[in-house]
Design a protein around this ligand. Structure first.
Ligand code: GAP
Length: 440
């Protein structure tokens, strides 16, 4: 285990570029601050994160349904939600030499520029939403905003979902998709981005039952990180928001924090939004958004508990949690101990050489395992050890090695990532054996 935790961030960042997880956006033109592209293994990891969230928050439950609302939403939505007024950060500008801008609440010393030591301006509120125009004319009437959270879609479509499905309170509406924030001080790789992907669920319940559901969802979400993603429990903690940091809509908010190399930071927020959003949309749209209880005939505005997280943050937490370096026979081995649920590739098929008879067996083997696992075939030249190292670095739990004995005994070697153990198994039973080992 490496214990220089601070260096892990740099090492993970370098690995992400080297192995095709994350690239700076528009890099050939010099890149753009806090925007990143995801390469082949990054895409695979993100799809797994999204899938596992959707599976556990929506598909395995009776009480949550899905939604995909638009990214562009009109000012009326943001006026009602309070984002036009409140979704701001305090901005200060250096009035010395560098004229850099900072978030005042991120500075230890609010008087002096941390870059050049010059004096800082008074703080002014800066709205984080990106604004653009619909149609060819750039006038106030055509203004539209890129959403800073996916949540508003669930409130705006609340009545549509109630009227078109069989949901009954308590129930949730879940959404995954891009959100945009013009962050003043983005950074820490993909921790604070200007374009990122959220996974949010609004859970509608009876007023008075909100605190119980808040506690329930905190517990449920924490369990998901540990049991489904394999994140180490000691690197997770809960932190309740103080009065001054609560969002404008929240009665209570608790962060699930991860121990990032740069310190504890928010991974996910679980907020009690009360009936704030539905009430405001009802007021501003003049539409009735109340819920009629079919059994008691009672009509009320539901309260909302919201677990909200970013795919990008889960991605760094998973990578940092899994990163390790070891000495193996005098050489340094970099390995990602990713949970098999998350691993971009679960099984790599590696023929020992490029000899035609071996390749034939390896391709047959690939066809046999591919329906069951995420599989990669790797016959690139070089020593088998180099190919194992490459798979270790992208977190592949198992390699299947086809060697010359395979031609006679119709068996292959399962090489395991963490212990580097080797097990010989008949090709006919390889799928079952891998299923057993991945399960447990
Ligand atoms: N709907 C509530 C909401 O948006 P939030 O705490 O501002 O609450 C929820 O965001 C989650 O979205 C955060 O916990 C984080 O995982 C992710 N997130 C927020 N801003 C982000 C940013 N600039 N870059 C990457 N992820 C971000």
């Amino acid at each position: 285990m490496i214990d220089e935790r601070e260096q892990v961030m740099e090492k993970v960042t370098a690995l992400c570029k080297r192995r095709g997880f994350v690239y700076p956006a528009a890099e050939i033109y010099g890149g753009v601050g806090a925007l990143y592209d995801y390469g082949p293994y990054g895409v695979a990891l993100r799809r797994n994160i999204r899938h596992l969230w959707w599976r556990h928050v929506v598909e395995l439950r009776d009480d949550v349904v899905g939604l995909e609302s638009t990214i562009l939403m009109p000012p009326s939505v943001w006026e009602a939600s309070g984002h036009l007024e409140h979704f701001t950060d305090p901005l200060v500008e250096c009035q010395g030499q560098c004229h850099q801008r900072f978030r005042a609440d991120h500075l230890a010393d609010r008087e002096r520029c941390p870059n050049c030591g010059g004096p800082l301006s008074e703080a002014r509120r800066f709205n984080l939403m990106f604004r653009t125009h619909v149609g060819p004319v750039e006038e106030t009437a055509s203004e539209i905003y890129l959403r800073p959270e996916t949540a508003q879609g669930m409130f705006v479509d609340f009545r549509n979902v109630i009227n078109s499905t069989r949901v009954r309170i308590p129930f949730g509406i879940a959404q995954q998709g891009r959100s945009f924030r013009n962050e003043i001080s983005p950074g820490n790789f993909i921790f604070r981005l200007r374009e990122f992907e959220q996974m949010e669920m609004e859970y509608f319940c009876r007023p008075g039952e909100d605190e119980r559901w808040h506690a329930y969802w905190l517990e449920e979400r924490l369990r998901w990180y540990v049991e489904v993603l394999g994140i180490r429990r000691e690197n997770l903690r809960l932190r309740e928001h103080g009065l001054e940091e609560k969002a404008h809509y929240a009665k209570a908010s608790t962060d699930i924090e991860y121990h990032f190399p740069f310190g504890w930071g928010e991974l996910e927020g679980v907020a009690n939004r009360t009936d704030y959003d539905l009430r405001r949309h009802q007021e501003f749209s003049h539409e009735d958004l109340s819920y009629l209880d079919p059994e008691t005939q009672e009509r009320y505005l539901p309260f909302v508990v919201e677990p909200a997280v970013g795919v990008d943050r889960i991605m760094i937490a998973a990578l940092v949690d899994a990163y390790d370096e070891e000495e193996v026979r005098g050489e340094r081995r970099v390995v990602l101990h990713l949970h098999p649920n998350l691993a971009p590739v679960q099984v790599a098929v590696v023929p020992l050489s490029k000899r035609e008879e071996l390749i034939r067996v390896a391709r047959d083997l690939q066809a046999r395992v591919r329906p069951h696992f995420r599989v990669e075939y790797d016959e690139t030249g070089g020593h088998i050890g180099r190919r194992y190292r490459r798979q270790d670095e992208i977190g592949t739990p198992f390699c299947l090695t086809v060697d010359f004995d395979s031609l006679d005994d119709r068996a292959v070697t399962i090489r395991e990532r963490d212990g580097m153990t080797q097990e010989r198994v008949p090709i006919a039973g390889v799928v079952e054996r891998l299923q057993e080992r991945l399960a447990g």
